[in-house]
Design a protein around this ligand. Structure first.
Ligand code: HEC
Ligand code: HEC
Ligand code: HEC
Ligand code: HEC
Ligand code: HEC
Length: 202
């Protein structure tokens, strides 16, 4: 059957199809420039790049996101946010071995991976982004609010090594987005402050 694409989107709306259709309808509704821009821009708040270059820390294995995303993997295959918990966490060695029991087994890096798998020792990945201790933070509320990984971490699918390329950890960044997205931005949203303990008073 040869149904035109726009009609197929209406008949069998997939997630992507629906989004495309909505964009199309929005584009038709707001032909006058400017009208639809404000909410769009704030929903897609993108964290600024760090001005000073931050080099990637040395990692225990030369893992490349670029190589692995090119194979067609999704972020959630390796990073999930267990509930309860605020972290996206690193993948288990078994997740890696699902492929590397058979792929590139002759490479030195994969032989080291194999050793981690056999010894049961967790791969000691070095953290890149870490919020100042004591500041309230969690991935869940942010992901549920519609923020995408790349808004805060950049286009990870194109990097060989992850460095702190975005100014994600700065208080000004947190507050700018909270204001743009209409989220709470009082001190107590992110700080148990001021408290007597914080001020050094018992
Ligand atoms: C879906 C399959 C898949 C999974 C899962 C996977 N990899 Fe890979 N990995 C590949 C492929 C394909 C290559 C490219 C192999 C090549 O170029 O010969 C690769 C390459 C690599 C290399 C480079 C090897 C070299 O020296 O050329 C390393 C290191 C590596 N992977 C580590 C990991 C780690 C660590 C994990 C888990 C966090 C992981 N991989 C999970 C498929 C996978
Ligand atoms: C095959 C498994 C795999 C996939 C798929 C994957 N990652 Fe990773 N990710 C890792 C591993 C292993 C590390 C730790 C080593 C490193 O920093 O490169 C990591 C580190 C990171 C870090 C740095 C975390 C820190 O320490 O601050 C970010 C951010 C990240 N990944 C985001 C993503 C995003 C976004 C995607 C999807 C575009 C993605 N990852 C897909 C395995 C994966
Ligand atoms: C609103 C901004 C924001 C978004 C969106 C975001 N992150 Fe993060 N990410 C952070 C911050 C801030 C940290 C440091 C957190 C800490 O110190 O606990 C971090 C840390 C991480 C880490 C290392 C520490 C951990 O939590 O395990 C990984 C891995 C990670 N992010 C992956 C992702 C992935 C994958 C996505 C998309 C599914 C994503 N992040 C979306 C801001 C964000
Ligand atoms: C990309 C935009 C964006 C950035 C960047 C961002 N936030 Fe948020 N944050 C939000 C939104 C939107 C909400 C409200 C979510 C809701 O209403 O459930 C929120 C909610 C929160 C909450 C309350 C929800 C909870 O987890 O219980 C805290 C705490 C928080 N953010 C801390 C931070 C900190 C700390 C930073 C910087 C390290 C930060 N945020 C950066 C958009 C952002
Ligand atoms: C949306 C989250 C957010 C809000 C709201 C917020 N802060 Fe922060 N604040 C942070 C983050 C993240 C840091 C750590 C910044 C860094 O390490 O560069 C920080 C750091 C600080 C520090 C430095 C000491 C420390 O704890 O590291 C002070 C002081 C501070 N904030 C005061 C305030 C005050 C006063 C307000 C209210 C007017 C406020 N903050 C509102 C996220 C927030």
């Amino acid at each position: 059957m040869n149904i035109p694409i726009a009609l197929r989107l209406v008949l069998a709306p997939t997630g992507r199809g629906k989004a495309a259709l909505c964009t199309l309808l929005l584009a038709c509704l707001f032909v006058a420039p400017g009208i639809a821009q404000e909410p769009e821009a704030s929903r897609e708040f993108v964290v600024a790049d760090n001005l000073a270059p931050h080099s990637a820390p040395a990692q225990p294995l030369p893992f490349s996101h670029k190589t692995h995303m090119a194979v067609g993997l999704v972020c959630q295959m390796c990073h999930t946010n267990p509930d309860p918990g605020s972290l996206m966490t690193y993948p288990s060695t078994e997740t890696c071995m699902a492929c590397h029991a058979a792929i590139a087994t002759d490479k030195p890096a994969i032989m080291s991976l194999q050793e981690f798998a056999e010894s049961g020792r967790t791969i000691p990945w070095v953290r890149v982004y870490a919020v100042t201790p004591g500041v309230s933070w969690g991935h869940r509320a942010h992901l549920e609010s519609g923020a995408q990984c790349e808004n805060c971490h950049g286009d990870i699918s194109q990097v060989e090594t992850v460095s702190e390329s975005k100014a994600t950890l700065a208080m000004a960044t947190c507050i700018s987005c909270h204001e743009a997205r209409g989220a709470k931005a009082e001190c107590v949203t992110c700080h148990a402050w001021p408290t007597d303990q914080y001020l050094g008073i018992e």
